[in-house]
Design a protein around this ligand. Structure first.
Ligand code: ADP
Ligand SMILES: Cc1cn([C@H]2C[C@H](O)[C@@H](COP(=O)(O)O)O2)c(=O)[nH]c1=O
Ligand code: ZN
Length: 279
């Protein structure tokens, strides 16, 4: 009942104020809610008044928070870049964030503090391109680190090594849907076993765009979709570079699994033989 009343109130606020006075009155206003950042002034005003009306309804329904806190006036975006290691995900992320900065937007880059390969003050590609970043244990600490005033000024948030963040889904939802940020996420879609890695795939339904990059198979030069772990380590999370991992095509992934399994068996036999001989 309360939600029916709220919707009626929202419709009446919208129709009695901005919609009626706008020169661009859409025939079905709720089907044409604006989603683009380059909104014309009148559409932007329409978006703002709908946001404000929604906030008023929420406040009236007992939300009790200040009106502008309820939803950002401009619509956010989420762009996801996935692929195996060495596919150019960090390169693409840095390029995108820097391109946004060049248009005058305020940008911030975050990476997981689990990835300490090149220190914690920058995100670094496999071929050495760097960009200063915040290395964080969880994404929810970003706003606190920056402070609310600085956070509000950020237009674009880049996230590298997204597979390591447990709170990726909630952060992206809040940043894009509520705070109006452009969020660009780069991470591994799959781990070395080709199982889904962390929450990266969970945010696909939230995304405006998804790009799957490929690397070159280190063994044959064809397109590489997978990451082969060259060691016997079995923990899912295991930080490393070309010393531990290589990008491979489907055939070489399957061949690689056989080699690794055969190596494991040989090592186990050797170990038990040595143990037996020592007894
Ligand atoms: N097998 C490899 N070993 C080391 N570097 C590689 C290898 N394959 C590609 N690279 C380099 O890595 C770059 C991509 O690095 P990066 O953007 O950090 O990839 P990702 O973030 O997807 O792991 C490529 O442009 C290339 O120069
Ligand atoms: C496949 C795989 C990778 N990792 C780790 C290894 C690296 O530290 C990062 C990936 O870095 P990149 O920027 O994509 O090159 O993730 C892991 O922990 N577990 C895995 O299965
Ligand atoms: Zn191959």
């Amino acid at each position: 009942m309360r939600s029916v009343c709220a919707m009626t109130a929202l419709l009446s606020v919208c129709s009695s104020t901005s919609l009626r006075s706008s020169a661009f009155i859409p025939r079905a206003p709720f089907l044409s809610l604006p989603f683009r950042r380059d909104l014309s002034c009148s559409k932007l005003r329409l978006a703002r008044s709908i946001s404000t009306a929604a906030a008023a309804v929420k406040a009236r329904a007992g939300g009790g928070r200040p009106l502008m806190e309820v939803r950002a006036a401009q619509s956010g975006e989420i762009h996801v870049i996935v692929g195996p290691m060495f596919a150019g995900k960090t390169t693409a992320l840095i390029r995108r964030v820097q391109a946004e900065a060049a248009t005058g937007r305020t940008v911030a880059l975050i990476k997981s503090d689990k990835d300490n390969r090149y220190g914690l003050d920058s995100a670094v590609t496999h071929d050495g391109t760097k960009m200063a970043c915040w290395a964080l244990p969880k994404l929810s600490s970003f706003q606190d680190k920056l402070g609310t005033e600085a956070y509000d000024k950020v237009d674009v948030i880049g996230i590298d090594e997204a597979q390591f963040f447990d709170d990726l889904y909630d952060f992206c939802c809040k940043a894009a849907d509520h705070d109006g940020k452009i969020v660009v996420v780069a991470g591994l879609d799959g781990d070395y076993k080709r199982n889904k890695f962390g929450s990266v795939l969970d945010i696909i339904p939230l995304a405006d765009s998804v790009t799957k990059l490929t690397a070159r198979c280190e063994l044959c030069g064809h397109r590489a979709f997978f990451t082969l772990r060259k060691t016997q380590e079995t923990r899912t999370e295991f930080i490393g570079g070309a010393d531990v991992y290589m990008p491979v095509c489907r055939q070489h992934y399957l061949d690689g699994q056989i080699v690794i399994e055969a190596t494991r068996i040989v090592m186990e036999v050797e170990r038990s033989t040595v143990t037996h001989a020592l007894k």
